[in-house]
Design a protein around this ligand. Structure first.
Ligand SMILES: [Fe+2]
Length: 281
């Protein structure tokens, strides 16, 4: 299966922006939904999504697969997700490299994974089962993390690369998450980017975070910072043309400000392409 073509530059679809999207027809190429917000078959959210999807390509991004948990996979959730996908026809479906609970307790958080060979095999097996059930490849995102495990036997980027190769899945690379985790754990974010196989990357996330001094927190409530823009430039050079979007989940700015932020991503990507053409000429 070849990699899906780039959709261009998109935004996370959030209810606060429904009206702006429908009324202003901004320069936004595609939208990402949070899967869990649309799993109820009736009501306003799905009605709005039906309207919006008539004009924009949609991708589905979930937070509940809990791929690294030792609890059984939740097939009620996966059935509901599959049903939504049949209705919405997303370009692809993604979730995170994480676990969200164990022993039936949902922590509603994206929890970190020990980077061991045992965990790698466990996650790969579960991605395979999900992909078989859905009948399609899924994309897996690198989460931001705040602790590491002494038991880890490899770097995060080695785990992510091995996972993608062994499960034959796509990757969703969150540039801000790389930056946040690199700061929190003291690794070089460029090393992460350089290790990721470009042919598997179908999507990029950009977002802002909070700075707590000793650590950074992936809060999606700030504009994208200068260092993340700089890392995005490197990502563009490394991965080429990839569907890119901004996640904003709190402290929502006026819609036009978010669209302007997306234009900055467009400009950075265009400058990378331009400099490549200059070098090739
Ligand atoms: Fe993300």
């Amino acid at each position: 299966m070849s990699k899906p073509l780039s959709l261009g530059f998109g935004l996370g679809l959030r209810p606060v922006y429904y009206k702006d999207l429908l009324e202003t027809r901004p320069n936004v190429d595609w939208l990402e939904i949070i899967t869990e917000n649309y799993l109820v078959p009736g009501g306003r959210p799905i009605a709005m999504l039906e309207r919006i999807r008539a004009d924009y390509p949609i991708v589905m991004h979930g937070v509940s697969m809990s791929l690294a948990s030792t609890d059984p996979l939740d097939f009620d959730y996966l059935k509901a997700l599959k049903k939504l996908a049949e209705r919405i026809e997303p370009r692809w479906i993604s979730d995170h490299l994480c676990w969200t609970g164990v022993h039936g307790v949902n922590m509603h958080d994206l929890l970190p994974v020990p980077y061991t060979f045992e965990a790698l095999q466990h996650v790969v097996d579960r991605i395979n089962r999900v992909q078989d059930f859905l009948g399609r490849k899924i994309a897996i995102e690198n989460a931001s993390t705040y602790v590491t495990f002494q038991e880890s036997e490899m770097d995060e980027w080695t785990f992510v690369r091995e996972m993608a190769e062994r499960a034959d899945c796509w990757l969703l690379v969150d540039v801000n998450n790389i930056y946040v985790s690199a700061f929190n754990h003291g690794f070089d974010e460029r090393q992460f980017v350089d290790a990721i196989p470009a042919e598997r990357v179908v999507q990029l996330h950009l977002a802002g975070h909070s700075d707590a001094g000793t650590h950074k927190i992936d809060t999606h409530d700030q504009p994208i910072c200068a260092d993340v823009w700089k890392l995005y430039e490197r990502v563009c050079r490394q991965f080429g043309e990839v569907s890119t979007m901004i996640e904003r989940d709190d402290n929502f700015p006026p819609f036009h400000e978010l669209v302007a932020e997306l234009d900055r991503a467009r400009s950075i990507y265009a400058a990378v392409v331009h400099s490549r053409e200059e070098t090739a000429a």
